[in-house]
Structures are given as structure tokens and as C-alpha cells.
Design a protein around this ligand. Structure first.
Ligand code: KG4
Ligand code: ZN
Length: 341
């Protein structure tokens, strides 16, 4: 049977990355992202500046994605966009753009939950094995840390989440204490590769059920460093690699303790990771090792689909399209958005 192909334009603008992607069936033809360097000098994302930068970036980014894919506007079958969760001023830019373009082209509009997008990035076809249902996904990003049971592409249940900071936020805030620029997560990862993960021991939280907590770790690293710097002003410089490796090790311990417990208690052994922190080399390696030890099938996204990107929004849009779940022109962005359906 000769099935008609489905071409979807994905738009992502939930935080500080403006991204557009073109998806044809299950494969990505282009995935273009403009990062916003403007926030670095402030040590974190400034919402108003992020919103303005999205407005400047969105048209050139969409244009570049279409050109790279070799697809003209009239070949698009639908537009998928991130409705939430995220920063309101950022979300409205992508949402308005998607609504206006869908209206002008008279094609369907698909509203996507950003966190479900991170998970469904595993179904972008790159010739790799895909998770079978049900699977567990540990979604770790700058704004969220969640253990999710996925029973179908759009049937997901959050089993555990952070009660304070997200894992990526912990990486970034501790990096700042160590004197690394924003966003510090990737730099902690880099230094950790040459450090001893057991050099310094930090306390781990006791949290109910499958939840996580990272704010205690941040405080204990801060106090520890303040104390050491009083004794030796060069402490951070002399111990940067070991500090990063020990912090990263503790974050991974916190994450894996709950993940392993959930796998044991549910009997689910298809285990995926998603979100910006899933780019962390220590996390990727540890998942592989735990998988070998515990007979898990593990699923690790390619780097371009870990941090925020529109490809994951487009593939989620495809699942919504197949279910006939379209949005209409009355839809608006939501900073706090529960999973669909
Ligand atoms: O998913 P994402 O791009 O944006 C949000 O939805 O939050 O995640 C961004 C987070 C940031 O906190 C960043 O520091 C972290 O992911 N991150 C990493 C690495 N790459 C990105 N954290 C640790 N190691 C990395 N290699
Ligand atoms: Zn994200």
C-alpha cells in the first residue's frame, strides 16, 4: 500500500532555545536551534530577554529548517508547537507563530507538552531500537526531574518528581558555586571526566516514594566549599575536577536509587532517559552499566534530541495527528501544563 507521507513542522520555544524542525513520517529532515548567549552574563535565563530573543529568532530559524529540509510551506501537513510547560513569555512566541502560520496555510495545529516531547524523542527514527510499552523514562532537565511510566505514546503517568530543584538546576547552581559559567551542567560533566567521583562525600536526601530532592545537596556543597576556602583560598581551583566528579556522582546516586527501585517494583525493564541532563556522559555510562547488570534494555537519545529541540515536538505532534487530537485557534500557552490527554 502506498501511504501518503505526513510532513510536520515542529516549533519549540519553552525556555531559551528557539528551535524548528521538519519531520517526514518518523524521520527528521531538519532540526535547527538558535541558542541565546545573552543569558550567560546573568548566570541564568532572564525571562524577558528570552522572550525578545525568541521574537528575533523564530522566523530565521523556521526559514532555515524549511530550507535545510527542502520543504516549502505549502508542503506542510500540520504544525506542532510547545504549549507548555515553560516560561510564559517564551511560550507565547512559539504559540502565536504556530497559530498564525497554521491559520494562513489552513492546516491543522497540534499542541504539545514539552515534557512528553522529551520522552517521545525516542521514537524519532534513526534506525535504532525503540522502547516497548510499558517503559520507564527518567526525564531530567533544567526545569523538571520525573520518573514516568509510559504505557502508550500519549499515555504517561508521572510516578515521581522533584520536590524542590530539578537535576539540571542542581548541576547549574552547584556549577555557579564552583565558579563555572551558565549553563554549568555540561562543564561539570567535562571536569568530572578527569576527577575522582569518591573524593568528597555529600549527604543524600531521604525522600518519600519515588520523588527526588536536590536542594539539600546544593546547600551542603556550598557550606563545604565555604569552609574549605577559608582554610585554603585556592581550594576550588586545586580541586575542580574532583569537586565536579563528586557532585555528579551524588546526583547520579540520587537519580538511580529511585529508578532502580521503580524498575524492581514494577518489573519494567525497558528503561529510557530524556531531557537536557541525559546528555551527561556520566549518566549515559551509568545507565549502560546498570542495564548490563540488571538485564535492562536501555534507551539513550542521540545528543541533538537531549537538550531542547523542535524534532521532539514534531514527533509528538505526529502521534497527536494520528489520534486526531488537533488544537483550534482559541488555544493559548500554559506555563504549567499537565500531560496530555
Ligand atoms: O531539557 P533542557 O535543554 O531544557 C529544559 O527543558 O530545562 O535541559 C537543560 C539542562 C540545563 O540545566 C543544563 O545544564 C543541563 O540540561 N545539561 C547537562 C548537560 N547538558 C545539558 N547537565 C549535565 N551534563 C551535561 N552534559
Ligand atoms: Zn526541556
Amino acid at each position: 500500500m502506498n501511504q501518503k507521507s505526513l510532513v510536520i513542522l515542529g516549533i519549540e520555544s519553552s525556555c531559551d532555545d528557539t528551535s524548528a524542525a521538519v519531520l517526514k513520517n518518523d524521520t527528521i529532515l531538519s532540526n535547527v536551534t538558535a541558542n541565546q548567549a545573552v543569558h550567560e552574563q546573568y548566570g541564568g535565563v532572564v525571562p524577558e530577554l528570552a522572550s525578545r530573543a525568541h521574537q528575533q529568532n523564530i522566523i530565521p530559524v523556521v526559514d532555515a529548517a524549511l530550507k535545510k529540509a527542502g520543504i516549502s510551506l505549502n508542503k506542510l501537513d500540520a504544525i506542532a508547537f510547545t504549549r507548555g510547560p515553560g516560561l510564559m513569555g517564551s511560550l507565547v512566541v512559539g504559540t502565536s507563530f504556530a497559530k498564525a502560520t497554521a491559520l494562513a496555510l489552513n492546516i491543522p495545529l497540534l499542541d504539545v507538552n514539552h515534557m512528553q516531547g522529551h520522552i517521545l524523542a525516542h521514537f524519532i527514527d534513526e534506525g535504532q531500537e525503540k522502547p516497548s510499552f510499558p517503559f520507564i523514562c527518567l526525564t531530567v532537565s533544567g526545569g523538571h526531574t520525573q520518573l514516568v511510566k509510559v504505557t502508550a505514546p500519549l499515555e504517561m503517568e508521572i510516578i515521581g518528581s522533584t520536590i524542590d530543584d530539578a537535576a539540571g538546576e542542581a548541576f547549574d547552581k552547584i556549577a555557579k558555586i564552583i565558579g563555572l559559567p551558565y549553563p554549568g551542567g555540561p562543564l561539570v560533566d567535562k571536569h568530572a571526566q578527569s576527577g575522582n567521583p569518591l573524593a568528597f562525600k555529600f549527604a543524600q536526601p531521604q525522600v518519600d516514594g519515588y520523588n527526588f530532592s536536590f536542594s539539600g545537596l546544593k546547600t551542603s556543597v556550598l557550606y563545604f566549599i565555604q569552609k574549605q576556602v577559608k582554610l585554603n583560598p585556592d581550594f576550588i581551583e586545586e580541586n575542580k575536577d574532583d569537586l565536579c566528579a563528586s557532585v555528579q556522582h551524588t546526583i547520579l546516586e540520587i537519580l538511580f536509587k529511585q529508578l532502580i527501585k521503580l524498575s524492581k517494583e514494577t518489573g519494567i525493564t525497558d528503561i529510557a532517559i530524556a531531557g537536557g541532563v541525559s546528555a551527561n556522559s556520566g549518566l549515559r555510562k551509568r545507565l549502560q552499566e546498570e542495564g548490563d547488570k540488571r538485564n535492562w534494555r536501555v534507551f539513550i537519545p542521540s545528543f541533538q534530541f537531549c537538550t531542547d529541540n523542535a524534532a521532539m515536538i514534531a514527533i509528538t505532534g505526529k502521534f497527536l495527528y494520528e489520534k486526531g487530537q488537533f488544537a483550534d485557534q482559541s488555544i493559548s500557552a500554559l506555563a504549567r501544563l499537565p500531560f496530555k490527554p
